[in-house]
Design a protein around this ligand. Structure first.
Ligand code: PMP
Length: 444
């Protein structure tokens, strides 16, 4: 089977190195926060399935029943012809938990499509307001927004940028804004202000009449870049000043992961569009959504009066089975008070990791919110000097974790944990043991 997997299944990544393609055990079943491979090894899952989608953990009968029942009742009809009930109910439930006046969902199949649709919505908004020249998007270094041409063009991965060139025009990179790496001598507040000023300077350089939107996660998830407290508020003000819309990409962090339904809530700001995917269906079936504010929708439907969002649709837009899964997940989050669980257990885990990190000479920073936690490893704790990239320290940690049957992830030298929202106190205690052991072993 392993040989077949190398021959017939092409995994992620642009590498053509066959050893890379062969990496990774073959998973056969999963339950709760555990995943079992073909050899009977059982891994502790601190990554909600590996990419933050398994919000409720694995093997939920309630979601399976809801999905099966929807398949039996009506598996699919096209949104071009009919609206379906589960999509109406899900959109209404999302509006109840979304911040501000974000009321209207456009459902697609995954995160990349949600981002793509959001950018189309934003362009349509400006066109409708008589500003068709507003077409550029600003995004940030270290950002990741998906694999379509738009997603790749707004993502700073150098692999993407090299292999998939030429990318779409009109995407402009901003610096990341990330408290741990702020210039010495600057307060968090001053740094947040400096980052905001840099955004405004870039807008003026490009010409505000050409800038449509800013594509930015409230908390960039891959490296868990928690921003200075004033940064997003200033970003919001700048967007308003120049009639630029903020797409808050919450594909990773949305739907309860950070201890609030949406990450932007931590900073008291309301985006114009939020994108979600991953966690909304708990990994049972794929779904994505661009959730637009009433203010944006009012502009979009003003002249045509058709009530149709001006974005391109997909065959599987608002798939009823996916929307049924989304409803089951939102029900469970509400009924089991999972956002509170994430906040409580996340705070405990963060505090434990910080206390442990203080005594470890290579733990530079432990940061995060709720069940999104990053541990930045550095060569020198005092000077914050990073390890040389070629040492691949982060990669060694995730490999050590897998050897010890513990799933953790590293992006660069930031080791990340993002467990299912249902993880109990015993689970997060075991995750603390798992990640500290993996780091100590890799650095050993
Ligand atoms: N945006 C963000 C912030 C993401 O984390 C991801 C996926 N990692 C995407 C977009 C793309 O989502 P998908 O992989 O479902 O296309």
């Amino acid at each position: 089977l392993v040989e077949d997997s190398v021959r017939y299944v092409w995994r992620h990544g642009v590498s053509t190195d066959s050893t890379r393609r062969a990496q990774g055990p073959i998973a056969v079943r999963a339950s709760g926060v555990q995943v079992e491979d073909i050899d009977g090894n059982v891994y502790l899952d601190a990554l909600a399935g590996g990419s933050a989608a398994a919000t409720l953990g694995h093997g939920r009968e309630d979601v399976a029943d809801r999905v099966a029942s929807q398949i039996r009742t009506m598996q699919w009809v096209s949104l071009r012809t009919f609206i379906n009930e589960p999509s109406i109910e899900l959109a209404k439930r999302i509006a109840e938990v979304a911040p501000g006046d974000l009321t209207t969902s456009f459902f697609v199949c995954d995160g990349s499509e949600a981002v793509e649709s959001a950018t189309q919505l934003v362009k349509s908004y400006h066109r409708q307001r008589g500003n068709p020249g507003k077409t550029k998007f600003l995004y940030r270094k270290t950002g990741y927004h998906g694999t379509t041409l738009v997603g790749a063009s707004a993502s700073s991965s150098s692999e993407f940028r090299t292999w998939f060139a030429p990318l779409a025009p009109g995407f402009v990179e901003l610096d990341a804004c990330y408290t741990y790496r702020r210039p010495s001598g600057m307060t968090e507040e001053e740094y947040g202000e400096a980052c905001a000023q840099a955004i405004e300077d870039e807008i003026l350089r490009q010409g505000p009449e050409t800038v449509a939107g800013i594509l930015a996660e409230a908390i960039p998830a891959a490296l868990v870049l928690t921003p200075p407290p004033n940064y997003l508020r200033r970003l919001r003000e700048i967007c308003d000043k120049y009639d630029i819309l903020w797409i808050d990409d919450e594909v990773f962090i949305g739907v309860g992961r950070t201890g609030t339904y949406f990450g932007s809530e931590h900073y008291g700001v309301v985006p114009d569009v939020i994108t979600v995917s991953k966690g909304i269906t708990g990994g049972y079936v794929p779904l994505g959504a661009a959730i637009a504010s009433q203010r944006v929708m009012d502009v979009l439907i003003a002249d045509g009066g058709t009530g149709q969002a001006k974005v391109s649709g997909h065959t599987y837009s608002a798939h009823p089975v996916a929307c049924a899964a989304g409803l089951a997940v939102l029900d469970a989050i509400r009924d089991e008070k999972l956002v509170d669980n994430v906040r409580d257990q996340g705070e405990w885990l963060l505090a434990q990791l910080r206390a442990w990190g203080r005594t470890n000479p290579h733990v530079g920073d432990v940061r995060g919110k709720g069940f999104l936690i990053g541990i930045e490893l550095v060569r020198d704790k005092e000077t914050r000097e990073p390890f040389p990239a070629e040492w691949g320290v982060g990669g060694k940690v995730s490999k050590a974790g897998m050897r010890n049957l513990f799933m953790c992830r590293a992006t660069g030298d930031v080791v990340t944990l993002f467990p299912a929202l249902v993880a109990t106190h015993d689970d997060v205690r075991a995750m603390f043991d798992g990640v500290t052991k993996a780091i100590e072993e890799a650095l050993g």
